[in-house]
Design a protein around this ligand. Sequence first.
Ligand code: XMP
Length: 526
Amino acid sequence: MEVLGILPLVMDNSDKSGGIVILDFGSQYTQLIARRIREFEVYSEILPWNATEARIMGPRPKGIILSGGPRSATGPDAPSIDKSLLTGTVPVLGICYGMQLIAHTLGGSVEKGRLGEYGRTRVIFGDGAREKILKGVPDAIDVWMSHWDEVSSLPDGAAQFGVSESGSCAAFSMDDGRITALQFHPEVDTTEYGREILSNFLYDICGCEPNWKLGDWVKRSLGDIGSTVGHDERVICGISGGVDSTVAAVLVSKVIGDRLDCIFVDHGFMRKNEPEQVVEAYKKLNLRIRHVDASEKFLAAVNGVTSPEEKRKIIGELFVRVFEDEARKVGGAKWLLQGTIYPDVIESGFVGGDVIKSHHNVGGLPEDMEMSLLEPIRELFKDEVRRIGPLLGIPEELLKRHPFPGPGLAVRCLGNLARERLDILREADAIFMEEIRNFGLYDSIWQAFCALLPVRSVGVAGDIRTYGETVVLRAVASRDAMTAESVRLPWELIDRVAKRVCGEVPLVGRVVMDVTGKPPATIEWE
Ligand code: XMP
């Protein structure tokens, strides 16, 4: 386990007990809460609002956070909470819907406000008794609000300590600060002193220790892998060249060495020259790699399919079948290793929210799969995975690659998935990437790519009417892919790419730019 030699000196007591459980009531910010908490080096886990008490209390959390949510706490099918979670001894922080739910559950009332509050709002805490949660926070701050309902009367024993500029209850506490309820979102950057508020909750109210260290995580994970994979068992890993599968593969290879076979499946939806580059990079990492060209099979399977979800499911399932075949060829692997990360698990609906997209490495798995799944990084966020890379000796250029979806260009080629259209997309994408690098912008952009639209348009070239394909450029800034903003690329770059794509890629007649954020769009087009 040579990896230990390059680990920083870290504490050994990092584990999941003593962390925070976040109950998800469907807020778009739930993951943000979890990430913020981990930034304070405290483990956080998201559970669905209706998780059993045994599941919630199982990891002995030091605190529970009730997230926001889109529903009304008094509505007929409103997500609820077991009262005993509030009346026990564990500190609770309710945010937005979480606040209203605490009020409603403990005998207060919640009503529709006159106007609702959306966006930046002034909150006044006043100069009364200072709450622990307000340590270092001034008497009035601007916060992020997003609610219609409001708490109109407090439960017995509760004390209001914050009021918003419109006069509605913005914060109350109970049981000497063990329960804190905030109408605003401390996890959102717009909220001034939001980090102080969360830090006060974690360290001062819950007594958490900053022991969620990635170096510790790696050590623990190496131990877990060693005790999970039997001494004579083999593992197969689907690698794509992406950060997640690379980190997962290197992590496991540190423990089981050449009992790991990495399979690179070229499904025909890779970018220009990508298969060769990926295989080369992995050889340098001393991973045993098999390059399987299954493009014909995949193209045949998605022939005529245009529904995004159907495409994803077909590709995901075929992927696993190809693995199973390869597993037999290498002597039968017990385990299928995947670089599934936490947002994949959550977005695929495993935590209780809506299914947004079936992520290829989670939602598309067939039920009768022969291998068992090994997913060592499924509890990590992307930025955490990136930070682990150097601890494992993975070179920067692999870690800095823009994310690429499992189904590849299949979810960027809208409409007919013919080989010729994929080739057009590959060429256009290569030009866009080349120019982004020429402008020195690759490393500062989270993700950039081209998509091909199922729309043709009229043009003119050399006095002749054309009826060409449409390429769309997309470049986004993000921290974790959960939210994203369109990047303002220099006009010279866009102009140059448009001219080159129309001039160099046959059949393209128009280049357009996608400037939509996430939400409301997703990063990929499908
Ligand atoms: P969306 O389109 O959901 O994408 O905003 C968020 C991030 O996830 C990537 N993505 C995927 N990654 N398998 C993956 O490994 C998938 O099926 C998949 N779909 C989307 C996407 O490129 C973006 O970075």
